[in-house]
Design a protein. Structure first.
Ligand SMILES: Nc1ncnc2c1ncn2[C@@H]1O[C@H](COP(=O)(O)OP(=O)(O)OP(=O)(O)O)[C@@H](O)[C@H]1O
Ligand SMILES: [Mg+2]
Length: 501
């Protein structure tokens, strides 16, 4: 009987489930948006129950869509929005508070404090990260400091703090497995990149008790079996977990050191495979675990995280009503010759790599009486490409590797105008694969390797096919002058927000 792999991608904007056949084709899919709330400026929350429900629903729908018997599903892969933090009761599985989403900036002052007095050096060298509000550890600490009685419960191990993967695993196994994978754990500020375990000095610095954390396991292993009564009658091994960006790197078959992918979603995340050596002591980039297999050394990546790209397009849609649908930006961008010298720095959640300024805020410069929605839409797409160009520059400078092609994926990789402009401002080709569903595919591939549906990575490598390749067409001078102007605009966005009194 042929076998299939189910994968669930729990993202910030929505949850996608896919069923993948042995030949690598996606034979069933389902998608559901998930809600977020913005209770104060800079705060972003989600309901952990919504995240869980969306996984149950989309998984069942994808299996129905594929029309395959449940018994033919060999394993479940999970991939997820990273850093988003959930706290729940270890016994009952009830959430203790709303999930604090990765984009949330409420811990900016706390992060700055953690970075002082040698903290930054410890964080960089041990965890590969930076003292920034982005990372899960700061969000755990905030909950510990603000939810009544939580610290005592945490110290007694009565609650669990975890990223979304571990939350889903608890629910899927009804508490039989309290574990996270090594790629997600590498986003908490609390894990030692080399030992792949929680680190006592980091735990002490950030102020999170070990008793409240899940176990760290390799990405490729059997985490447990799903409980059919809560998971749409499916009883399958959870056989692979990767953070969404690591899953995309895997699906893009960036298995060799020096290969780079950029995923254009809510934010944009450029990762370079650096092999089995973690590359730390960088300035603007993060060192992160790319994937972990049982009894093999972990593989690492250098990462440039841009916090707001596709979500700026959503802002045009939902708040300014310049468009009804993200794809309309492409037609609008081509309807004008230029932005009319308008630049939009979408620092809606501060700036990530390479600036790391949580106090930056969205800034539009160069508006004149003739500026239209089309100019603004074009400036938004340009900002996505400029931010990624900044990251690529730092990635090359810090790694010493000259990158010769950028593998692109994610929702906005469907925008041909954006991909061409991206190639233009980085001066190297942008290569888009046939399937831009890379996150769910990456975790499906991993779960399929764990369960023996596929034999090795060479088999996966052969599956990646280019759908379209964009060659750079802009002159070197023009590229330099556009980037100069962009950097002027970035300067104007910085340091705007104030700490709350
Ligand atoms: N044609 C398009 N042009 C520009 N932006 C687009 C286009 N299509 C989608 N987007 C943007 O891409 C994002 C959705 O892409 P994708 O589904 O990959 O996001 P994601 O980051 O995976 O979401 P999540 O955070 O839920 O995982 C949205 O922010 C949307 O505004
Ligand atoms: Mg995603």
């Amino acid at each position: 009987m042929s076998r299939f792999v189910l994968a669930v991608d729990q993202g910030t904007t929505g949850t996608t489930a896919v069923v993948v056949a042995e030949d690598g084709r996606i034979v069933g899919t389902a998608y559901q948006e998930v809600r977020a709330s913005y209770p104060r400026p800079g705060w972003v929350e989600q309901d952990p129950e919504d995240l869980w429900r969306s996984c149950v629903d989309t998984a069942a729908q994808a299996v129905a869509d594929a029309g395959v018997p449940r018994s033919a599903i060999a394993g479940l892969g999970i991939t997820n929005q990273r850093e988003t933090t959930v706290c729940w009761d270890r016994r009952t599985g009830e959430p203790v508070a709303p999930a604090i989403v990765w984009q949330d900036r409420r811990t900016a002052a706390l992060a700055r404090q953690l970075g002082s007095a040698g903290g930054e050096e410890l964080i960089r060298s041990r965890s590969g990260l930076l003292p920034d509000a982005y990372f899960a550890g700061t969000k755990m600490r905030w909950l510990l400091d603000t939810v009544d009685g939580l610290r005592g419960r945490a110290e007694h191990g009565e609650v669990v703090f975890g990223t979304v993967d571990s939350w889903l695993v608890w629910r899927l196994t009804h508490g039989a497995t309290v574990a996270t994978d090594v790629t997600n754990a590498s986003r908490t500020l609390l894990m030692d990149l080399r030992t792949l375990d929680w680190d006592d000095e980091l735990l002490e610095l950030v102020g999170v008790p070990r008793a409240a954390l899940p176990d760290i396991r390799p990405s490729s292993c059997v985490f447990g079996e799903t409980v059919p009564s809560t998971f749409g009658d499916l009883e399958v091994p959870i056989a692979g977990i990767l953070g969404d960006q690591q899953a995309a790197l895997f699906a893009q078959a960036c298995f060799e050191p020096g290969q780079v992918k950029n995923t254009y979603g809510t934010g944009s995340f450029m990762l370079m495979n650096t092999g089995t050596t973690p590359f730390t002591g960088q300035h603007a980039l993060l060192t992160t675990v790319a994937v972990g297999f049982v009894d093999e050394p972990a593989e690492y990546a250098l990462e440039g995280s841009v916090l707001v790209t596709g979500s700026a397009v959503q802002w045009l849609r939902d708040e300014l009503h310049v468009i009804d649908d993200a794809a309309e930006t492409e037609g609008l961008a081509t309807s004008v010759d230029s932005t009319g010298d308008v630049f939009f720095v979408p620092a809606l959640a501060g700036l990530g790599a390479p600036y790391w300024d949580p106090y930056a805020r969205g800034t539009i410069v160069g508006i004149s009486r003739g500026t239209t929605g089309a100019h603004l839409a074009r400036a938004t797409l340009e900002s996505i490409a400029f931010q990624s160009a900044d990251v690529l520059g730092v990635l090359q400078a810090e790694s010493g590797v000259e990158v010769t092609e950028l593998r692109a994926d994610g929702g906005a990789a469907a925008n041909g105008w954006l991909m061409q402009f991206q190639a233009d401002v980085i001066g190297i080709p942008v290569d888009v694969p046939e399937s831009v569903q890379t996150t769910s595919l990456g975790s499906a591939y991993l779960a399929g390797l764990t369960t023996g549906v596929w034999s090795d990575r060479d088999e996966l490598q052969r599956r990646r096919r280019t759908a379209r390749r964009y060659e750079p067409a802009m002159s070197v001078d023009e590229r330099a002058s556009r980037l100069d102007r962009w950097h002027d605009a970035v300067d104007r966005s910085r340091g705007w927000a104030r700490d709350e009194p």
